[in-house]
Design a protein around this ligand. Structure first.
Ligand code: NAD
Length: 340
């Protein structure tokens, strides 16, 4: 198939090209992200491959359909950026990569938490200037602390298990579908509200939906324990960033580690080190000594990139052959495959 791949970086090109040896699609790599202005660049393609911050609203979907695009293959798990109803109306199939390496994201989550809590990033800056003083670097043990894991799907379950079995934490979890294997190792399920009231650390692993948008907001933060640490490697808009900044300024939140940010589109994945950034919220976040931000890199391991490339190109091959699409996503209430 002729595939236009939006928002590509060196690592996308490397892993998609390697995986294509087993598929033989005609891959066209574009650096530009997908939006209303760039959608026409997909002209002549049967398929579009998109990523987390690409815009696939109704207008973009209709533009793509008008160009003859028949399938959108997301090279990510989340699909909150896609208007699935519009895709179904336009006869465009949408696939994703539901599981590529939950370990990649779970391990990064624990790494972020440790780095923030033990101030490893700050220590490294000091040591590079031959400053070996330890004042201001006092952290806390994870062992024995109360961890709150929101969403115990593939990633959250690994985080909960590692915190419970590896670090010996008390783990509270919230998920509409409790995991009996986690319960068997002593993870206690409770409501998001009571988890927020009781946890020392909260780590977000549920999807972004209209129901979960801004689940961390001024009201929920007001109920939280003083000194709460917030970790988010899921989706930025789970957190109301303004409310989080207010809580940091009030010293009620003790630390924040983010791999995702509400307004990350147009900022993350690019080198803007010589640019003036207009986003005042992100810039304010970066001024706090107890905030650690990374640019949506939790998925970025060789294993994950290889699995993402294989699944994405595999879905396109299945579509081309008319085979069932194992990773198709449909609007709620619809079933079946949109055939080529
Ligand atoms: P998953 O579908 O396996 O698990 C999500 C879990 O959240 C499910 O168990 C679901 O029941 C639960 N859930 C749904 N609504 C909830 C609610 N209101 N409260 C509590 N739990 C709720 O997904 P996953 O593969 O574990 O991915 C989790 C998130 O991580 C996704 O949103 C995805 O976008 C994000 N992600 C981020 C990166 C990154 O690089 N930072 C990479 C991959 C995935």
């Amino acid at each position: 198939m002729r595939v236009t791949i939006f928002g590509t970086r060196s690592y996308d090109r490397q892993f998609l090209t390697a995986a294509n040896a087993g598929h033989d699609h005609e891959l066209r790599f574009l650096e530009a992200g997908l939006d209303r202005a760039t959608a026409p660049l997909a002209a002549g393609s049967d398929a579009v491959c998109a990523f987390v911050n690409d815009c696939l609203d109704a207008e973009v979907i209709e533009l793509l359909a008008g160009l003859g695009v028949r399938i959108v293959a997301l090279r990510c798990a989340g699909y909150n950026n896609v208007d699935l109803e519009a895709a179904a109306r336009s006869g465009i199939a949408v696939t994703r990569v539901p599981a590529y390496s939950p370990h990649a994201v779970a391990e990064f989550t624990i790494g972020l938490l440790l780095a923030l809590d033990r101030k490893i990033h700050r220590a490294w800056s000091r040591v590079r200037e031959n400053n070996y003083a330890l004042d201001g670097l006092v952290g806390r043990n994870l062992h024995g602390r109360i961890m709150g894991v929101v969403g115990t799907g593939q990633i959250g379950a690994l985080v909960a298990r590692t915190l419970r079995a590896g670090f010996g934490c008390e783990v509270l979890a919230s998920d509409p579908v409790p995991d009996p294997e986690l319960e068997a190792i002593g993870v206690h399920y409770t409501s998001v509200d009571s988890l927020l009231r009781e946890a020392d650390v909260i780590s977000l692993h549920c999807p972004l939906t209209p129901d979960t948008k801004h689940m961390i907001n001024a009201a929920t933060l007001a109920q939280a324990r003083p000194g709460l640490i917030v970790v988010n490697t899921s989706r930025g808009a789970l957190i109301d960033t303004r409310a989080l900044i207010d809580a940091l300024k009030a010293r009620s939140v003790g630390g924040v580690a983010l791999d995702v940010y509400e307004q990350e589109a147009g900022i993350f994945f690019d080198d803007l080190s010589s640019e003036i950034i207009d986003d005042d919220l992100l810039q304010r976040l970066l001024t706090f000594p107890n905030v650690l931000v990374t640019g949506h890199q939790a998925f970025l391991t060789e294993e994950a990139l290889s699995a993402i490339a294989q699944t994405t190109l595999g879905s396109l091959s299945d579509f081309e052959k008319g085979s069932p699409l194992a990773h198709q996503i449909l609007p709620v209430g619809r079933a079946g495959q949109v055939l080529p």
